[in-house]
Design a protein around this ligand. Sequence first.
Ligand code: BMA
Length: 313
Amino acid sequence: MTTVTLFHRHPHNPILTAADWPYPANTVFNPGATLLPDGTTLLLCRVEDYTGRSHLCAARSANGIDNWEIDPQPTFMPDPDRYPEEIWGVEDPRITFVPELKRYVLAYTAYSQAGPGVSLALTEDFRQFERLGMVMRPDDKDAALFPRRIRGRWALLHRPQTPGGSHIWLSYSPDLIHWGEHRVVLQARRGGWWDANKIGLSPPPLETPQGWLVIYHGVRQTASGSIYRLGLALLDLESPERCLRRGESWVFGPEMPYERVGDVGNVVFPCGYTLLPDGDTLRLYYGGADSCIALATGSVGAMLSWLEEYGQI
Ligand code: BMA
């Protein structure tokens, strides 16, 4: 077991709240993140409005910490006339830049009467979006695309809810639309584990020489509700259905008041990170208690060493 601190909270947390928004918003949380070519940090934030439904809104900052320029209007609204699966909102975007497509691919939750499903959209600039529609039918969420083809096919991590539980799966596609070769990659543990009841991918997988580094959330149900914490795993580079290592203890969990108390308390929920030019410093942007956006910084090298030392094979 470990007491190593892998993530350090920014002293100005939370870095964004609904009070910062240029238009009425109940809460802002669970942002996707990326660095734009000019070095600007872009967060695609989940905004819950006063109907209870969510849309996405872009916030840009030169230093990734403050002076956010928030789009004056929602950036990506549900489009239920053309995509009825979005009638109850769009949530929790994960952003992957795909060099082969020269575009960002957004994987987001499309929510409707049928439940949450996984939809994809492409963008060059976070102003115009091309929707590909729903690629994983309900109940499914927590998806992100790998940034390159694997053995010639696109690959997606996602979390279908099945009679067997809430586990992380991998699927492949020749064209981003049709998906198959579904495999379970990581399973929720059982009983007393911190990740006993549900797990799901948090931000997109990060390619390292040792494998794909995966930060995932684990849910423990307790007498007073769920606790959402984060764990680490490493997947094989050319066969990511193979888990090489998985940490036993969680590496980040709700501790601060803005993580403990909010619309849904005891939740830390990252959907994105940026990797700084040193290739090691990872800035994890996460939702706190479904109510605000916070930042914690870690070292990829330290996470890999921790997995090497404490990860189970
Ligand atoms: C999950 C997702 C997240 C949310 C979390 C805690 O199922 O819906 O958007 O942050 O629950 O409410």
